[in-house]
Design a binder for this molecule. Structure first.
Ligand code: PMP
Length: 396
């Protein structure tokens, strides 16, 4: 039985977390794992979530299973949040939502759908991308390829991106980060998106949006710009939405796969397949996180509290980005790291090399992933000067 099983290396980001925990230096700094932290270094439960949970404790009547597509009200409200209440696909009844355990679950479901229902289609991922994309789509059996996204100069490689998209075989699926690209932090401009849309349309590609950070880039509405543009223009779009970050519900595993089809009948065909696939993955989705989201989105007062909290998180990250660049200014490094303030979301490709990252860890107890990705959302505003000094001591 278990005698011949090879041991595989652990997740590098979680391994980094272990090393961080074991580090006795009181001045240690964790810029590895991607969770939002407030000014006290905590990942708080948003007030709107607490209030919704209190209501649920009193009102919840059963823990019986929810349906295979999850809670219908959650689906309706989430689609309005992602697509806008005025979306054509909603009016035409050709958009559907399947609740999943987190954005990860939704991505896995999308992968199973592509592998089983669109056989022979390759899925194109950005290079770099969130490493779990590779893991979960490979596990689903989807053929994978990459298109360039960040160049060797640590800048968004627009030309490489467009040229590669132009060459993707018709009918293939292309995964696009809706906003707050993980790991780089580089997002496309509106003009860039219009160009991607043109290519996707003319090459008849199927877009799969990974929308894990709605509200963390420019705002809840602004961050949905590209998703909504594609959803309004194209007959078919897939979107995975995660409530982990913007609702602070990480461990409750709350997300969904939203499908837009050409017509209502096609939508029902796709949804029948998704229900069957989900049954083989997790049977029925976890209910609690989605019930919290539903409670918040359905109530004007709670929704306002939540929107303000998302905006607070977004602004804090933006000011940390700005603050780090300012802290680097006395070291003559503001220009070299100016991109940190321009990037969006939780992460930044700093441009630090693996050797520099290792020195940061060994000499300063500052923990980054070796790609040079820093989780800006975990920074401590009081310690930006320390961090800038550490950066300065390892760059040449
Ligand atoms: N996509 C991206 C790009 C992410 O960064 C994450 C979270 N790290 C997810 C999807 C999935 O998030 P979750 O499963 O926690 O909802």
């Amino acid at each position: 039985h278990f005698g011949q099983i090879p041991r595989v290396p652990g997740d590098p980001i979680l391994g980094l977390l272990d090393a961080f925990r074991a580090d006795a230096n009181p001045a240690k700094l964790d810029l590895g794992v991607g969770v939002y932290k407030d000014a006290h270094g905590q990942t708080p439960i948003p007030r709107a979530v607490k209030l919704a949970e209190q209501r649920l404790v009193d009102s919840e009547k059963t823990k019986s299973y929810i349906g295979g597509h999850g809670d219908a009200q959650f689906g309706a409200l989430l689609m309005r949040l992602v697509l806008s209440p005025r979306a054509v696909a909603l009016a035409e009844d050709r958009a559907g939502c399947t609740q999943a355990p987190g954005g990860t679950g939704a991505l896995r479901l999308a992968g199973e759908f592509i592998a089983r229902c669109l056989p022979g289609r390759t899925l194109w991922l950005s290079d770099p991308t969130w490493p779990i994309h590779q893991t979960l789509f490979a596990a689903a059996g989807v053929p994978l390829q990459h298109y360039p996204y960040v160049g060797a100069d640590n800048r968004l490689d627009r030309d490489g991106l467009f040229a590669a998209l132009e060459r993707i075989p018709a009918g293939d699926v292309v995964l696009l980060h809706a906003c707050c690209h993980n790991p780089s932090g580089f997002d496309l401009s509106h003009d860039d998106w219009l160009r991607v849309l043109e290519i996707v349309r003319s090459r008849e590609l199927l877009p799969l949006f990974d929308f894990a950070y709605q509200g963390f880039g420019e705002g809840l509405e602004e961050d949905a710009w590209a998703v909504r543009l594609f959803a309004e223009t194209l007959p078919e779009v897939l979107i995975t939405s995660s409530c982990s970050k913007n609702f602070g519900l990480y461990r409750e595993r709350t997300g969904a796969l939203i499908v837009i089809a050409a017509g209502h009948e096609q939508l029902l065909d796709v949804r029948s397949q998704l229900a069957a696939l989900a049954r083989g993955l997790w049977s029925t989705p976890p209910a609690h996180g989605a019930a919290v989201v539903t409670t918040i989105l359905a109530d004007d007062a709670l929704r306002q509290i939540w929107q303000d909290e998302v905006e607070g998180m977004r602004q804090r990250i933006a000011s940390l980005r700005q603050g780090l660049v300012e802290a680097l200014t006395p070291y003559g490094l503001a220009e070299r790291f100016a991109h940190i303030a321009e990037q969006r979301g939780m992460f930044s490709y700093t441009g630090l090399t693996a050797a520099q990252v290792r020195r940061l860890r060994a000499e300063h107890s500052v923990y980054l992933v070796e790609s040079g990705r820093a989780s800006v959302a975990g920074l401590d505003a009081e310690r930006l000067d320390e961090l800038a000094r550490a950066f300065a001591s390892v760059v040449d």
